[in-house]
Design a binder for this molecule. Structure first.
Ligand SMILES: Cc1ncc(COP(=O)(O)O)c(C=O)c1O
Length: 396
């Protein structure tokens, strides 16, 4: 038997990959062309001006290590941009550039979580939060996200307060939200900052989908009094379609960024040099971003109108990110399947890939499937139509 670490044994691995594997099998054995609603990234190329900037950096030989916290000019540019956007005075020393937002999240957990510490997570939430908390010996404590067909997905702040104990170290907040596609009520951001400050708890706020907002006002935690206890995470991956570039960032007070720098230099030395140069051009690419968001809004409308025609599911028109999270409980009850079983059946019978809600990672998601609308309108129409036929067949 291999002598792997105990920490590693606490990880479950990214279970969304399993569904891609089943889909490949279906393509091979049944010759069905699959439609992938499991996708977690924009399908557009990175804006040209960003690519050109990175290419030019490469051509000029900008290929050596950079400082661990990232290029000074990029840190300053992020600070300046966020200050303008949120009316604050964020400075370079409060910003760390990281290899992707996932690494930023990992570093934030590593900075604070000791074995036995409790970390409050929304249920459902991005799978990686619970994995890293478990890896570090912490304990995820879940606050259920509630669902109401009129109001959509929401969090009752009393549910958060009731989960706080003397062991609570951190609350993780993700807005707009993966997997529900909710741009939460601005009051939630305000209240979470306030509660965590009053209770001396770290608030880790993941705002990676902050430009994917279709309804309502988006409220960043950076609009509040954040310096005391907030760790803010964002990145270039989704907004500029740069998932493979691996660039994210953390905003926190200067002393915290200092700790992040120590971790960074021990783990990855620095973010990729020429990718950071490319990212400098992203601040001039907001016309392209706007075009992409307009496109995603149209796709969202198409997906919502198609899903609304499917019998026995309840769907809420998402207000943010690029996911729709319909409730399949009636179908699950009638067929005796769980959401994983239903997702597998849909791939096998219709070649449509969805992500079952229970990978996010506790119980609330068990009645839901996540569908991404980061793909063309025709595919969205065809995919939902195929699902509809398969579900009707299942219902007998
Ligand atoms: C909520 C959330 N946070 C963070 C990430 C990771 O972003 P990055 O690709 O920059 O690591 C994702 C990616 O799917 C996400 O959905």
């Amino acid at each position: 038997m291999e002598n792997y670490s105990r920490s590693l044994s606490r990880l479950t691995g990214e279970s969304t990959l399993l569904y891609q594997e089943i889909a490949r099998n279906v393509e091979r054995t049944k010759g069905i062309k699959t439609i992938n609603f499991g996708i977690g990234q924009p399908d557009l190329p990175t804006p040209k001006r960003i690519r050109e900037e990175a290419k030019s950096a490469l051509d000029k030989g900008f290929t050596a290590y950079t400082p661990a916290l990232g290029l000074d000019e990029l840190r300053s540019r992020v600070a300046e941009f966020l200050s303008q956007r949120y009316g604050d005075n964020i400075v370079k020393d409060e910003v760390a550039i990281t290899p992707g937002a996932k690494t930023a999240l990992f570093l934030a957990f590593l900075t604070y979580v000791n074995p036995g510490d409790e970390v409050i997570l929304f249920d459902p939430s991005f799978y990686s939060y619970a994995e890293v908390v478990n890896l570090l010996g912490g304990k995820p404590v879940y606050v259920p996200i509630r669902f109401d067909s009129d109001r959509g997905f929401y969090v009752d702040v009393n549910d958060v307060v009731s989960r706080i104990s003397s062991k609570t170290k951190m609350i993780v907040y993700n807005n707009p939200h993966n997997p529900t596609g909710m741009n939460f009520d601005p009051k939630l951001s305000e209240e979470l900052v306030k509660i965590s400050r009053e209770r001396n708890i770290i608030l880790l706020s993941d705002e990676i989908y902050d430009y994917f907002v279709y309804e309502g006002r988006f409220k960043s935690v950076l609009e509040e009094e954040w310096r005391n206890n907030v760790i803010y995470v964002n990145g270039f991956s989704k907004t500029f379609s740069m998932t493979g570039w691996r660039l994210g960032y953390i905003v926190a007070r200067k002393e915290v960024i200092g700790k992040i720098g120590i971790l960074a230099s021990n783990i990855y030395t620095c973010p990729t040099s020429f990718a950071q140069k490319g990212a400098l051009a992203s601040f001039d690419a907001f016309d392209e971003v706007k075009e992409m968001i307009d496109l995603f809004r149209r796709r969202r409308d198409v997906m919502f109108s198609e899903l609304s025609k499917v019998k026995d599911i309840k769907v809420y028109k998402s207000s943010g990110a690029f996911y729709m999270f319909p409730d399949f409980s009636s179908i699950l009850r009638n067929t005796g399947l769980d959401s994983k079983g239903l997702a597998i059946k849909l791939i096998e019978d219709s070649g449509v890939i969805t992500i079952p809600g229970e990978v996010f990672p506790e119980r609330v998601g068990t009645n839901f499937l996540r569908l991404s609308f980061a793909l063309g309108e025709e595919k969205i129409k065809e995919g939902v139509e195929r699902m509809k036929i398969a579900l009707e067949k299942l219902a007998g």
